[in-house]
Design a protein around this ligand. Structure first.
Ligand code: AMP
Ligand code: MG
Length: 344
């Protein structure tokens, strides 16, 4: 199959909408990462997403809508709790996915057999236009091959999925750069299943107590069943061995410099770059957590392009604010390997 590279204009978005209506797959920009969209109400179209990505069938998809009313219009859920309305009023359109009890029209392929469905209204004008033009809810996971970092540019999508999908719309670089926050309202108190651009602190400020699923910050036991199936898969892992260094500013730099080698690189902050003698990739200024989120996947992909690097030592993000999302992704890239230099 030839993958069309579409532009971010009316005519091309219409072409993409036709592809979706006909059961095809379209890579679409959103403010989080690029999504791989298909008609969420068509089981055959949804099955193609799993095939193109090599995604395990037990990992459910997020259904994207272009206004709150779409939830009722397409019968996506069986009930809308008040907290869902509050989250929507405060954070939609935006980088947050809400899990609700599933409606009868949502195919099992979308929810991977669960009795819940994940819904998001993205804050991206191209994605919204595409969903409106297709007149459908759009199931879309991240548009990467399963196991590689989520794509934040159309080129990343092409690198992974060229020839496996019908089209991708080039809408430039994604703003947030990390996947959406996922929260389930199928239980009360609600539970954060995946941290993202909408932080735990922001959620609690509008709906009160929110639990944090154990898999967000910790490694699951081998046989444990996570609330969000995606959490059990090894994610975002470059070929080089990533090790998180828990250390103060000075020790981080000293540790890396005394291991100096062509095969070693650092994921660091702007403040570290002049001091490090190895190849380095900066997440941004130390305090700029949004920037860290924005840069992380691009850095992981860049590291994969460098064949010499065997080991990458990374700064250890704090788990406050958006830092929780950065930590959650980085700890998976590191296969949960943390070296603690603070213990002495
Ligand atoms: P992706 O679209 O690749 O960012 O992955 C979507 C994430 O949402 C995965 O981690 C899924 O496991 C999670 N997810 C989707 N639907 C549900 C659901 N019904 N219940 C729990 N987690 C879900
Ligand atoms: Mg993904």
């Amino acid at each position: 199959m030839k993958t069309l590279l579409l532009k971010d204009n009316e005519q091309d978005i219409l072409k993409a909408a036709e592809i979706l209506k006909n059961g095809g797959l379209v890579g679409m920009p959103t403010e989080t990462v690029y999504g791989l969209g298909a008609n969420a109400l068509n089981p055959q179209a949804v099955a193609k997403i799993f095939k193109a990505k090599g995604r395990p069938m037990d990992n459910p998809l997020i259904v994207h809508i272009s206004c709150f009313e779409d939830i009722e219009k397409f019968n996506l859920v069986s009930e809308i709790p008040d907290k869902a309305k509050i989250l929507a009023e405060n954070f939609w359109p935006g980088p947050i996915t809400v899990i609700l009890k599933k409606g009868s029209l949502v195919p099992d392929e979308v929810s991977a057999g669960l009795d819940t469905v994940a819904i998001r209204y993205p804050n991206h004008k191209t994605a919204n236009k595409l969903i409106k033009m297709a007149e459908l809810p759009i199931a879309a996971p991240s548009a990467n091959l399963s196991g590689s970092p989520s794509p934040t540019t159309a080129q990343h999508v092409i690198n992974d999925l060229n020839g496996r999908i019908d089209a991708v719309i080039d809408g430039g670089i994604c703003d947030v750069g990390l996947e959406s926050t996922v929260i389930t309202l199928a239980q009360d108190p609600p539970k954060l299943l995946r941290p993202g651009g909408i932080t735990l602190e922001m959620l609690e400020s509008v709906i009160g107590k929110v639990l944090v699923d154990n898999a967000v910050l910790n490694k699951l036991e081998d046989n444990a069943k996570p609330a969000s199936p995606g959490m059990k898969y090894k994610h975002y892992s470059p070929k080089a061995n990533v090790i998180i260094l828990k250390a103060n500013d000075e020790d981080f730099v000293d540790f890396i410099n005394c291991n100096k080698s062509e095969e070693i690189a650092a994921i660091c902050y702007d403040e570290d770059t002049a001091k490090l003698n190895v190849k380095k990739y900066s997440l941004g200024k130390k305090e700029d957590l949004e920037k860290h989120a924005h840069n992380l996947f691009e850095i992981l992909r860049e590291i994969d392009l460098n064949k010499t690097i065997k080991t990458v030592y990374s700064r250890c993000p704090e788990t406050k604010g958006v830092g929780m999302a950065v930590y959650n992704r980085l700890i998976r890239a590191a296969g949960f390997e943390v070296k603690n230099l603070e213990k002495s």
